[in-house]
Design a protein around this ligand. Sequence first.
Ligand code: NDP
Length: 321
Amino acid sequence: MSVILVTGGTGLVGTAIKHIIETEPEGSRFGKRPGEKWVFIGSSEADLRNQEQSKKLFEKYKPTHVIHLAALVGGLFINMKKKLDFLRDNILINDNVLHNAHELGCKKVISCLSTCVYPDKVDYPLDETKIHLGLPHESNFGYAHAKRLVDVQNHAYKDQFGDNFTSAIPTNVFGPHDNFDLESAHVLPALMHKCYLAKKNGTPFVVWGSGKPLRQFIYSRDLAKLFIWMLREYDDVEPLILSVGEDEEVSIKQAADAVVKAMGFTGEYRFDTTKADGQFRKPASNKKLLSLIGDFEFTPFDKALEETVQWFQQNYENARI
Ligand code: NDP
């Protein structure tokens, strides 16, 4: 029997993995396999910053495998304001998870980094070899250093004990159960929420910036399948970028157009070019992923966005807004 513990199981990525495990046919490529027990936990079950609670959690479920998603996650503003919280909380969470997984003799742990922990000054496209090649951007150095340390810890556990610990590096994720709070949301859920309010209140839909920057977005349900594949097939300590291709970049304008279409918004829609654009593009290469996984079909961006908008409209009352 395999027991797969998913930390952060109540978040955007965790609920997507749960959805895939519960809806794909049993025994199929991404469905639940015989002998597998999946456990999805959120912070109400254990505060993973706390050593004692983390130990109890691992003793309760005795996982053989861990997909470790739990993290203090947030947008730019909150990252800038609370650098020590982002550093310390994430260090504690990661250390408690990896230490207990090691003590219990877990067969595999996949932790989660992010392309936003890469060096500020780096040659593009990003690939798996460039994580530590320079300082992260000053705005999120707490989060970035804590996340980078996971890769350092994975190597140390492997070198000293031979543990099979590794990490995944997703680009921008979106999908059902995202954080739609306008203060702290990432760009896509923020656009959806703004457009929703513009439609409801009969006000203009104003997008910040020129709309020109390009980003790689991955649908949470595609990312979920990639995590499930990694759990079963990927046994290397080196991290793996989980992303759509560099040729699949979408401009903020394309994204906003797609939101307008999916929402059926017909009111005034414009760009506020007095607001900052951020970096023009920061492409990540998914060559390593494609060379390993063989055939994999990403959901077309417009379709994934439409599914997310539908979910948001249907679940507005209970969504994270
Ligand atoms: P969410 O914010 O949606 O979810 C965070 C999860 O972590 C929740 O389940 C939350 O539990 C849990 N959590 C937070 N603090 C604690 C704690 N102290 N103890 C136990 N559990 C805790 O995050 P995402 O799903 O977006 O992110 C998942 C992973 O993916 C993270 O590691 C993140 O860094 C990474 N990532 C995300 C990207 C994105 O665009 N969203 C991009 C790249 C990487 P609860 O809700 O119950 O409190």
